[in-house]
Design a protein around this ligand. Structure first.
Ligand SMILES: Cc1cc2nc3c(=O)[nH]c(=O)nc-3n(C[C@H](O)[C@H](O)[C@H](O)COP(=O)(O)OP(=O)(O)OC[C@H]3O[C@@H](n4cnc5c(N)ncnc54)[C@H](O)[C@@H]3O)c2cc1C
Length: 334
């Protein structure tokens, strides 16, 4: 039998939450009958000892391949894709899973192209079918339709990236410690077309939008940039990230890194609070898979209410400060 390989993403020594979701889902696939010899993880970067131990100590993976070298310190499409593809071939992994983060969305197709195998991007469900193996569900046309995809018979490797916050990270399913094995590429260095020399985090991003469990997002209804402080206050009481619609970004109220939607970020938090956002399909494309959606809008016919779990019809300038005060009071009494 052949293993499932999970690419574990680490940023600044911290494992991205989606990687635990992917590892957990890989185990679930085995439990649901996918024939595989185990769940293997691959970690690429520099100074990864702590992260590697975190994965194997609690049994998140049966085996972890560590590709550790200063040349892997920053993500490089060519370098990472080359080593992951080599690893897949060497261990003959049947299924390769990774988070559909900015890195995963770039790496997945590159690895697939190198191996000339299919890739299914940004999947929101994985099923096991005895005939086809893994069948992945992908929202398409901005979430208006879904497709189910699987690898053709005879294809040796299938690359799948999964949407963050859709799968549960659960608890590590076994108590047995996995093994860490260093992996060294035997291939000549790939041709590197671009080199990252430094990564500067946006000072404003307190909580990463794509990793956030709760997002408070604002649109044109906020009227001006300074009114985003209302959302920031609400977000701080909920330990939430702040997002924005394209209208708010185009108006220059927030940088593009805040934009949620078709041409912005895809998010799937537990809770998405849309404030003064009409809910155009292009916005919905980036947030409709949120577990719960709360919409605050003064227009009862705003399309956002069609997908909202809870709709509040009213003026956000009255509702948000009241909500923030209420949450602060509750937090203080606990
Ligand atoms: C190719 C393409 C890609 C796009 N990509 C994106 C994308 O990635 N993300 C995105 O968001 N959009 C995207 N758009 C734009 C999208 O079509 C909408 O124009 C945009 O989402 C509207 O933003 P909005 O909801 O903030 O503004 P509006 O549609 O103007 O809605 C503002 C809402 O605020 C409400 N409101 C006003 N005042 C108050 C108040 N005091 N209290 C409560 N509610 C109030 C109004 O009732 C209204 O519903 C894209 C469009 C195209 C064509």
């Amino acid at each position: 039998m052949r293993p499932i390989l999970v690419f574990v993403e680490v940023r600044d020594g911290v494992i991205k939450r989606v990687s635990f979701e992917v590892l957990s889902e890989a185990r679930q696939l085995l439990l649901r009958g996918l024939p595989a010899s185990g769940v293997y993880a691959v970690l690429i970067g520099d100074q990864l000892t702590d992260a590697a131990h975190e994965i194997v100590k609690k049994g998140w993976a049966d085996r972890l391949y560590l590709v550790e070298n200063t040349s892997y310190r920053y993500y490089s499409s060519e370098r990472y894709a080359s080593v992951v593809a080599e690893m897949i071939k060497r261990m003959d992994a049947s299924l390769i899973l990774m988070g559909a983060t900015a890195m995963g969305r770039d790496l997945g197709p590159k690895v697939a192209a190198k191996l000339r195998v299919p890739v299914a991007q940004d999947c929101t469900a994985l099923d096991v079918d005895l005939k086809h193996g893994v069948v992945a569900t992908r929202p398409v046309y901005g979430g208006k339709a879904i497709t189910k995809v699987h690898a053709q018979e005879g294809i040796r490797h299938f690359v799948v990236t999964v949407r963050p916050n859709v799968f549960s990270a659960g608890a590590p399913p076994i108590n047995e410690e996995g093994a860490i094995e260093p992996f060294t590429s035997t291939l000549p260095d790939p041709v590197i077309k671009s080199v990252v020399t430094e990564v500067i985090a946006a000072a404003s991003a307190k909580v990463d939008l794509t990793e956030a469990q709760i997002i408070v997002s604002g649109g044109r209804g906020l009227r001006e940039s300074s009114n985003f402080s209302l959302l920031e206050e609400l977000a701080s009481t909920l330990n939430a990230a702040v997002g924005a619609s394209r209208a708010a970004v185009d108006a220059g109220w927030k940088p593009h890194s805040y934009q949620v939607g078709l041409t912005g970020k895809t998010v799937s938090p537990l809770l998405y609070i849309a404030c003064g956002i009409s809910g155009a399909i292009q916005h919905q494309a980036g947030m409709s898979s949120s577990r719960y959606i709360v919409a605050i809008n003064k227009d009862p016919n705003a399309p956002i209410f069609k997908i909202a779990s809870v709709g509040i019809v009213g003026d956000l300038f009255e509702i948000i400060p009241r909500l923030t005060a209420l949450l602060r009071k509750r937090a203080a009494s606990h």
